[in-house]
Design a protein around this ligand. Sequence first.
Ligand code: HEC
Length: 513
Amino acid sequence: MRAGRPLVWLALVLSALAAAGARAQDDAIDVGRRIFLEGRNASGEPIRALFGQQSTPIAGAAVACGNCHGADGRGRPEGGVVPPDITWEDLTKPYGHVRAAGRRHGPYDERSFARAITESIDPAGQRIDGAMPRFSLSVSEIEALTQYLKRLSQLHDPGVADSALVLGTILPDRGPAVEVGTAMRAMLHAYIGDINERGGVHGRRVELEVVPDFETAAERFTRRPVFALVSPYGVGREPELARFAQERRLDVIAPFTLSVGREPSLQTFYLYAGVADLARVLLDYAGRQGDLKAQRLAAFVDEPDAGVADALQAECKRRRCAGLEVLPARSAAEPGAVARLAHSSVGAVIFAGSDRELAALIGMADRLGWRPAIYAPGAAAARAMFAAPAAFKDLLYVAFPTRGDLQSGSPAAQAFEKLRQGRGLDASHAAAQGFAYAAMSITLEALRRAGRDVSRERFAHAVEGLYRFDAGPTPPVSYGPGRRVGALGGYVVAVDPQRGFRPVSDWIGLEPL
Ligand code: HEC
């Protein structure tokens, strides 16, 4: 057995060498990933490239390969000169390719690939279109990029493993919203349990990581990455939610919030309309009452809230309003401004300010004997309407993104009801449950459509493809490349002073602006 010893040593040395080799390869893939996705090299500096016939220098994220070819490298179907599939399997197909303008070439190898990205010459020696930049990369960087492309089609996005896909949500477990949080959590778990009993999605179990707040989320989702956020509670914390998602490249499906953020992030898909779109719902309703073409219109908006003013102006132009004047909400409490509107025969007011400001406006209007119709997007100023003098009966309207009661009748609404009863979920929080159900069914449908090969990019694309999708006890939802509100529209109710709300419209759907 004397010969055994050296063999054991040799085996150990070999396996150590193999491990070191594997580590080096992992490092290379990591460098390749940074170049591909972030446009940065190993030391974190932006990579440089020349662009177009003018050889314009550009650097960094703008020339990250994934930006044009897609984070999964599979190319993008839209556009003129199309960034093709650049996964290694595709580049090296034995029969080669026919590209834009009939340019033909054979399969790529390491050398011709290096030439393509540094000199824009394809394997047949022809010039590649100027829409593809020419890169200055070192030999080892090109090597790393090549390694990455070879592995790309087997790499999963965070939160995706071979047998499971992890979703995340943030729901309060204390404070005033604890009941909503609890009801939503129970619904999400029930729905996911149901899906997993039927085999999951594309052979993967769906798992849910629930955390109570952003602080815990930051820590937990770093340890256990999630694929997307579903139905997080964002009321009053919209900007924080948007930032959280953006930093982690997380899509957010239907955050529970009362407003679409001021700068809606493209990573967030909302279920219901925010203030700006509700203001458009009110214009639609006012138009049906004949209030737009004949009467002059004034709108009071919170000053920084450009979204509402822009939406109203665009909608008014489309509807050919007789005239729209936009004022800052605080001028609703200025006697001079109010008297001027009263005397210039303004017949309708869209009011997107605070309760206090509306109370001041109504008080002054009443003293002046001015009786405009007042339309408020959302319930922010509803108290002032309740407290209005009786003379304002039939003149006060509020738009809501959803009615308190749930939509019923559609197959998804029935499935929701069945699940809720089957799992014995508390009936007093049906609205919160309905919301969570819709968020989850949008998510699951998009996961199904994205396929087994799901990536965040494909997922977002699949959500954008939903058109009049029956998501549960809600109006049907549609999204699109620039559309982030699913149930785009709302209901109008009249406020009878001292009495209550009275529904005056069915669902009013809007066209995207
Ligand atoms: C600004 C957008 C853009 C960026 C950034 C970009 N590409 Fe391209 N790429 C294109 C377009 C467009 C084409 C198609 C050109 C054509 O068909 O003539 C292309 C073509 C290619 C081709 C195939 C050429 C052929 O023979 O048809 C390869 C390989 C390629 N790109 C690799 C890369 C790599 C690797 C990176 C990152 C280092 C990268 N690209 C970054 C837009 C881009």
